[in-house]
Design a protein around this ligand. Structure first.
Ligand SMILES: *[C@@H]1O[C@H](CO)[C@@H](O)[C@H](O)[C@H]1NC(C)=O
Ligand SMILES: *[C@@H]1O[C@H](CO)[C@@H](O)[C@H](O)[C@H]1NC(C)=O
Ligand SMILES: *[C@@H]1O[C@H](CO)[C@@H](O)[C@H](O)[C@H]1NC(C)=O
Ligand SMILES: *[C@@H]1O[C@H](CO)[C@@H](O)[C@H](O)[C@H]1NC(C)=O
Length: 419
């Protein structure tokens, strides 16, 4: 009697456990089970796509494991262009990226049309995590503006842990996404690689990028039109072109960017640091932008607002319009500039920059005997405790002097806007 109860209990337990594990396993889709080989030579694109289809078709009951694409560790999977499309049936889907991914050699790269290698489209609540390295294989045959990872219309996206290297073009592209968190990633490219932006953002909002290293040849992060509420924290950037808002207003376009807040970042050996760049003749605005607690190590152009951005030939002339730049704060900058012009505010005579604020900025020259300076055109605002002196910004001291109807002593060059 007692024994049979025990046996029945045991059988029930085994049954329950096996059901549970089957259910759990039912939500885990290992690419190896779909025929992936992972020897860095065999094309595993189809296996990944088949596994993705199963993930995306899977449904979940509440509390169960979310559908998960598993890329196992210890292997390297060769993928051609792969498009992971949504929408998916489950509210949340996951990719556990433990194994590495490598791009094919040029001759195997035939029908890449859209601008991405690993493309995600319309997948909401996607979590990509893992320790994988994604190797672009120096794929010089890629078209311009190709991205390694491209997220189009993916709301509530979380990416963490990944490393991307050897990409000749942009690493991560984010377009039309709302609610994105990126953390603990490493994006690496040689200093001299052209157009290898780290993270390119367009038409997206509520982004949080933190605790990452980005050393690429171009912008560590570029924030393009239609983007707002972007937080960037504890990013180590360099080599590269810094963290840029823009370029905005190219070919007369109407671009809007607001609420961009960069905190506790380091620019190490970058060509630019905190930068806002707009083309002549554009429309729209870049406003409510702040850079705070920034460390500069041999940074070129540490602070740079350029309303005449034009990197190549055939620059548009100043027209009656420009992207308006306003409410920009640079606060607590410390470190060395590789250029003797440490601060450039080169704004438009037609649509000047307004309410530019600097506070506790202390930039010195990389070269012991050299001095750094600031250049200003058509910008206004205030500066406190800022070196070098920014001539167009008034310091609290200047305001007092002006209020008292006095003029400043022209002989003495002050070291700080306010001491
Ligand atoms: C930024 O760094 C300062 C000084 O190290 C620290 O007190 C502050 O908590 C940091 N803030 C963030 C958001 O990391
Ligand atoms: C700055 O970059 C140089 C060269 O890449 C590197 O050796 C150094 O460790 C970096 N410094 C910091 C503080 O990250
Ligand atoms: C400011 O922009 C104008 C127009 O492009 C350019 O001629 C000038 O050299 C720039 N000044 C600085 C200091 O960059
Ligand atoms: C500015 O930085 C230099 C070099 O790090 C340092 O010697 C100096 O004390 C700093 N000045 C202020 C006012 O913090």
């Amino acid at each position: 009697m007692c024994l049979s109860v025990q046996i029945r209990f045991f059988i029930t337990l085994v049954f329950l456990l096996s059901t549970f594990s089957r259910q759990a396993k039912g939500k885990l889709f290992n690419v190896l089970d779909f025929g992936a080989v992972g020897d860095a030579r065999t094309d595993d694109s189809k296996a990944f796509l088949d596994a993705w289809r199963s993930v995306c078709e899977a449904t979940t009951t509440s509390g169960a494991t979310m559908p998960t694409l598993q890329v196992p560790a210890g292997k390297t999977f060769l993928l051609k262009q792969v498009k992971f499309s949504g929408p998916c049936k489950s509210a949340t889907v996951q990719i556990q990226m433990m194994g590495n991914i490598i791009a094919p050699m040029s001759t195997d790269w035939t029908d890449c049309k859209s601008g991405c290698w690993l493309c995600f489209d319309l997948v909401d609540n996607l979590i990509i995590s893992g320790t994988a390295t994604i190797n672009g294989n120096g794929a010089v045959w890629w078209q311009k503006s190709t991205h390694v990872l491209y997220f189009q219309s993916c709301n509530n996206l979380r990416v963490s842990g990944l490393t991307s290297h050897n990409s000749p073009l942009n690493h991560i592209g984010i377009s039309g996404c709302k609610g994105v968190s990126i953390s603990k990633i490493n994006l690496i490219a040689p200093n001299d690689s052209p157009n290898t932006d780290g993270i390119d953002i367009a038409n997206s909002n509520q982004l949080d990028i933190s605790d990452s290293f980005i050393g690429t040849g171009d912008d560590c992060i570029a924030i393009n039109g239609g983007s707002s509420n972007i937080k960037i924290t504890r990013l180590n950037c360099g080599p590269g072109h810094g963290i840029s808002v823009g370029s905005l207003g190219k070919d007369g376009s109407n671009d809007m960017v607001e609420e961009v807040h960069v905190r506790n970042c380091t620019f190490n050996g970058t060509q630019n640091g905190a930068r806002i760049k707009t083309w002549a003749g554009g429309l729209g605005f870049a406003r409510s932008i702040s850079y705070e607690d920034i460390i500069l190590i041999r940074a070129g152009n540490p602070i740079f607002i350029d309303q005449h951005y034009c990197p190549h030939q055939n620059c548009p002339p100043e027209k009656q319009t420009a992207v308006k730049v306003s409410d920009v704060t640079f606060s607590k900058f410390q470190g060395t500039s590789a250029d003797n012009i440490a601060i450039t505010l080169n704004c438009s005579s037609i649509v000047p920059c307004t309410n530019i604020k600097m506070n506790l900025v202390n930039i010195t020259s990389l070269y012991p005997s050299s001095k750094v300076e600031a250049i200003c055109n058509h910008a206004d605002g205030t500066a406190t405790s800022t070196a070098p002196v920014v001539p167009c910004l008034s310091s609290v001291q200047d305001v007092l002097i002006r209020r008292e109807g006095q003029t400043q002593d022209g002989d003495q060059e002050p070291q700080y806007n306010e001491l």
